[in-house]
Design a protein around this ligand. Structure first.
Ligand code: GLU
Length: 494
């Protein structure tokens, strides 16, 4: 059996788009599944639009997602001589020809076709120019493009798309397309095929927006005497208004780095993206890497376009809520030690990191993450909603402040008193902390909830969270006492 060889060939003209990441994931999964190779090729022939920054962004994005490639990155510009040689080979074999038609001539023909409401296709004026005429034009310095000579055959040319079935076109519907510009630069359509032949690519999984190229590329493979790879065209991803998701329309939410910055777990994003256009056939949604590699197949890529559930200006979510749900799932269930590594940079960025969290205070740190993660959505929440666990300087939310503190003036007396009792305890633990709070409520004939909710707000700044006494023990007696004694400051602000 020949080895399967797949490729991810991004054009480095912007950041890594989540659609591009999905393409990379599908190719990577299929390479892994079949024990094959993934080749990374940077298609950087568009000198004006390709940037070093974009190349770096793509490499960083793939690395962050955990997509490993086996060969490359190769750069398309390093193989320009291959592209030129292929064009020459096609000319030499009579499978391509030089076309001297000027832009003005072609525009005039196109206008006539439009006026007659017929479809325009190149009419083959230069297809059979005698060799002397070609030589004469060249000697006169007339500019020319090179066109592929579509075989003059009856019937259809096609390929078996692994997702969409047999795709075909009549030879006579395909115009003699340009493969080399008048500047001498080969076009993408040709370069892409030449590189895939050289890289011995066996399977091409790409977006269905490339389908317009594929039939012409099949012709090129045949003309270059190369085997045609297996094609699988993936559905597009559309927003709720059925528009293709794009930077122009949707902004940064289409960029992989946006998810990194917003505290996504890489595998959560990957798992979500893979399901935009593929399903296992049952209801399984959460897959480990190994499970997904096992389950993945080209046949189960959906034909229908997938929906990215996002509406611009939707204040509640910053991206598709399903993507957030995937992140929550992994954040709340992954091994805590792995989570700790991911949380660290977010705490560092807010000045909340203590090196001891990796050494002496590691046990405390892991316990704390485990305690608070159940309500969190993204890694940024640990530094924002979770700030009170790592610092005495944290904000108090408006709602609990009003509801649980300002409404109960008595807390100014009760909480400092409770602080004194906590200080006097021999042992500060779940039971003793709770007992002292309840005893206090009984003494003053108030509901325990008043003390407990007031305490939650004063100690964490939040309305809700884990069990109050777990919180107290985790935050520690010293900090708890300090915050309870400081309760008065909250009344002064308002
Ligand atoms: N450079 C092309 C792109 O980024 C690659 C297309 C293909 O997969 O053949 O769209």
């Amino acid at each position: 059996m020949t080895e399967t060889r797949l490729r991810f060939p991004p054009s480095p003209t912007g950041y890594l788009h989540i659609g591009g990441a999905r393409t990379a994931l599908y190719n990577w999964l299929y390479a892994k599944k079949t024990g094959g190779k993934l080749i990374l090729r940077i298609e950087d022939t568009d000198a004006e639009r390709s940037t070093q920054e974009s190349i770096q962004g793509i490499l960083d994005g793939l690395e962050w997602l955990g997509i490993e490639w086996d060969e490359g990155p190769y750069f398309q510009t390093e193989f320009e001589s291959d592209h030129e040689a292929a064009a020459q080979k096609l000319l030499d074999k009579g499978k391509a020809y030089k076309c001297f038609c000027t832009k003005e001539e072609l525009d005039a023909k196109r206008e006539i076709a439009q006026a007659n409401k017929t479809t325009y296709g190149y009419d083959g004026t230069c297809r059979n120019l005698p060799a002397e005429k070609v030589a004469e034009n060249e000697a006169a310095g007339l500019p020319f493009v090179i066109r592929f000579k579509v075989p003059d055959k009856e019937g259809t040319i096609g390929y078996d798309d692994k997702v969409l079935g047999h795709i075909k076109a009549h030879y006579n519907e395909i115009e003699d397309f340009v493969i080399v510009r008048s500047t001498g630069k080969p076009l993408y359509l040709l370069c892409n095929v030449v590189d895939d032949i050289r890289d011995r690519i066996t399977h091409i999984i790409r977006g269905s927006d490339h389908m317009t190229n594929t039939i012409r590329q099949v012709l090129l493979y045949e003309a270059l005497d190369a085997p045609v790879p297996v094609f699988a065209h993936m559905p597009l991803t559309l927003d709720l208004n059925k528009a293709k998701i794009s930077k122009r329309k949707h902004g940064e939410i289409v960029a992989v780095h946006f998810y990194k910055e917003h505290g996504f777990i890489p595998w959560a994003l990957s798992n979500f993206l893979v399901l935009l256009g593929w399903s296992s056939g049952d209801d399984t949604e959460f897959f480990s890497k190994e499970e997904l590699i096992q389950a993945f197949s080209l046949e189960r890529i959906n034909k229908a376009n997938s929906t990215f559930n996002y509406r611009q200006g939707d204040a509640k979510f910053f991206t598709d809520p399903k993507a957030i749900a995937f992140n929550e799932h992994y954040l709340r269930t992954m091994p805590i030690e792995e989570l700790a590594v991911m949380v660290q940079p977010f705490l560092e960025a807010e000045g909340l990191w203590d090196d001891a969290y990796a050494t002496d205070k590691k046990e405390w740190f892991l316990h704390t993450l485990d305690l608070i993660r159940d309500r969190f959505h993204t890694l940024t929440d640990f530094a924002a909603l979770g700030r009170a666990y790592f610092s005495n300087d944290f904000p108090v939310e408006e709602k609990p402040l009003k509801k649980n503190v300002l409404k109960h003036e008595g807390l100014k007396e009760w909480l400092p008193l409770l602080a004194d009792r906590y200080e006097a305890l021999d042992d500060f633990n779940l039971e003793t902390a709770e007992q002292a709070a309840r005893d206090l409520a009984t003494e003053f004939d108030i509901k325990p909830g008043v003390i407990i909710n007031g305490m939650r707000t004063v100690v964490t700044g939040q309305l809700a969270g884990p069990s109050m006494f777990d919180i107290l023990v985790t935050i520690g007696r010293e900090n708890v006492i300090r915050r309870l004694r400081d309760v008065e400051t909250l009344y002064k602000v308002k």
